[in-house]
Write a protein that binds this ligand. Structure first.
Ligand SMILES: [Zn+2]
Length: 201
């Protein structure tokens, strides 16, 4: 990988042998491996021992989970907040495991829509709740740094399964509790209607 980074630097018109860039290939390799380490993660291992049988059927919410991912179209970061809710059937999951789960899927090359769906589907699969909801709000550097439709560089995606899909009252309760967008400083006045990066150019 380091040879590729050296060649990339040269292709960009840089001199890979100048002092400031000498260790860059090593650093970039290390950073990229960390940022894509979610490919190697084993979900069952991540959740190991953190599923508990309980008699509790109220909505569980973990909100404002910071996440950082890389868009698969440009290999540029997109990042923001993730909000997760589920309604237990017979099992609950340790609260600290939910941000871990978000990291596993965020540390891959992603599109925001798929990332959102994967988190919801995995909780649905592993916890078998009555319903699960995931909302992600993110800024995409591939759009904002390149000046592409700046107003749409902030994207909101959601995945609603089970009770959150079937009951508008449950869905509204969740959306009210997370107070959409309030969690991202400086972005509260922007339209949430933007689309995530869709891979054009
Ligand atoms: Zn992109």
């Amino acid at each position: 990988m380091q040879d590729l980074i050296r060649r990339l630097l040269a292709e960009l018109g840089e001199d890979p042998t100048r002092e400031g860039l000498l260790n860059t290939p090593r650093r970039v390799e290390k950073a990229l491996k960390f940022l894509t380490s979610g490919y190697d993660a084993d979900i069952d291992h991540v959740l190991n021992g953190a599923l508990f049988t309980v008699d509790y059927s109220e909505m569980v919410i973990v909100k404002d989970i910071d996440f950082y991912s890389l868009c698969e179209h440009h290999l540029l970061p997109f990042f923001g907040k993730c909000h997760v809710a589920y309604i237990p059937s017979t099992k609950v999951i340790g609260l600290s495991k939910i941000p871990r789960l978000v990291d596993v899927f965020a540390r891959r090359l992603q599109v925001q829509e798929r990332l959102t769906n994967q988190i919801a589907a995995t909780i649905g699969d592993k916890v078998a709740p009555l319903g699960v909801a995931v909302v992600m709000e993110a800024t995409h550097l591939c759009m904002s740094m390149r000046g592409v439709e700046k107003q749409n560089s902030f994207a909101v995606t959601s995945a609603m399964l089970g009770a959150f899909r079937n009951s508008s009252r449950t869905r509204m309760e969740f959306l009210e509790l997370i107070k959409l967008r309030s969690a991202v400083p400086g972005l509260s006045d922007r339209s949430p209607a933007g689309l995530a990066c869709v891979g054009e150019d």
